[in-house]
Ligand binder design. Structure first.
Ligand SMILES: NC(=O)c1ccc[n+]([C@@H]2O[C@H](COP(=O)([O-])OP(=O)(O)OC[C@H]3O[C@@H](n4cnc5c(N)ncnc54)[C@H](O)[C@@H]3O)[C@@H](O)[C@H]2O)c1
Length: 336
């Protein structure tokens, strides 16, 4: 058996804290060696909770001899600088989505990682959700036949704070970006055109921040398949995540799991349990599985979610914004 991969965690916010728990307690084959956050208290609390070293800077963590690989889970606008530092140190890196909101920055990160020859995995965890993966596997095995349509519903239970919305890149680059990744993953085909519309139906403050909270996107793929995506920042019944591929030989679906299988029946019918509240309730097994894949990559395997897989959905997100602004379908090639 290989030695555990000693991971240095950069960013100890909402997602970083969860990854710290997984890396130190749940994932086989990793230890949490060190943590760093510009907000020192956040890193101190993770270091104390999980017995990791508290590095005094990102550079100290990345260059430490007892850190084999880095997990970049900080705010989006810091990802590429930290990836470039990891590349300079020759350390494999996990980078949360989105890689950046700026394509030129993404390309700078790709160039540095490629030149250094480091393995990089992008944090599109939904690829590791067993139900979503089932749809993709049925498609890849030809069991759906020629894929004609993919349908994705992705609705959050509540919007994030306006302070997050303001720096998030907006709904298409922050939220729909997971669905753009799913569209490519399930069809196995690149997007050629994106046609998007949206509105502010949940909270006027989201509109005042220049964003949308309700959106529909039509993606046309190179193989002719068409994906439709619908998003809302507020589904009152919980975290709604459904995916369907429809083709010449059948249909494959990934439906919502309920938070428990208990139900109650009366004269009005059945009353099930609610949906999981949000991503930390629904997707933990997928985050754990993405770390298992990361460990395999560090031990010499291929990247399961490459930098190219990180770049393509950002291009689709930028195309969706151009589509809304200009009221027309936007060829992906126009964006990059
Ligand atoms: N894959 C997913 O399901 C998923 C879910 C949530 C967030 N994310 C992504 O993870 C990233 C973080 O999101 P979050 O919700 O945890 O945000 P957050 O604001 O809760 O946490 C970000 C943390 O990064 C720290 N930070 C900022 N600059 C830093 C630097 N240079 N070095 C180290 N730490 C730094 C901040 O102090 C903060 O503690 C974002 O890119 C987000 O899009 C992914």
């Amino acid at each position: 058996m290989s030695d555990p991969v000693r991971i240095g965690l950069l960013g100890c916010g909402r997602i970083g804290y969860m990854h710290a728990e997984l890396l130190s307690r749940r994932v086989q084959g990793t230890t949490l060696a060190a943590v760093y956050d510009v907000f020192s208290e956040a890193a101190a609390s993770v270091a104390e909770a999980y017995g990791a070293q508290h590095a005094s800077s990102a550079a100290e963590l990345i260059e430490a001899d007892d850190v084999d690989a880095v997990a970049i889970c900080s705010s989006t606008d810091t990802h590429i600088d930290l990836l470039v530092e990891a590349a300079a140190a020759g350390k494999p890196a996990f980078v949360e989505k989105p890689l950046s909101l700026d394509l030129a920055e993404v390309d700078r990160g790709i160039a540095a990682a490629t030149e250094a020859g480091i393995g990089v995995q992008v944090g599109f965890n939904r690829r590791f959700d067993s139900a979503h993966r089932h749809v993709r596997d049925r498609v890849a095995a030809g069991e759906v036949g020629d894929v004609h349509l993919v349908r994705i519903s992705s609705r959050d239970p509540d919007p994030p704070p306006i302070s997050y919305i303001e720096v998030s890149g907006g709904i298409f680059c922050d939220m729909t970006i997971h669905d753009f990744d799913m569209a490519r993953f399930v069809t196995g085909s690149e997007a050629v055109e994106v046609y998007a519309t949206g509105g502010v139906r949940v909270d006027p403050a989201i509109g005042e921040a220049g964003d949308l909270d309700t959106a529909v996107v039509i993606v046309t793929h190179a193989n002719g398949a068409i994906t439709t995506i619908d998003n809302s920042r507020r589904a009152v019944y919980g975290y709604d995540q459904r995916l369907e591929a429809f083709g010449s030989a059948g249909m494959a679906c990934s439906d919502n799991p309920t938070s428990a299988t208990a139900s109650y029946w009366d004269a009005d019918g059945s009353h099930g349990r609610p949906l999981p509240y949000f991503f930390l309730d629904r997707y933990i097994p997928s985050y754990e599985a993405e770390w298992n894949a990361f460990v395999a990559m560090v031990h010499g395997g291929p990247s399961p979610v490459t930098l190219a897989d990180g770049r393509a959905p950002l291009v689709m997100g930028l195309a969706a914004w151009a589509s809304v602004r200009e009221g027309r379908p936007v060829p992906v090639a126009e964006i990059g």
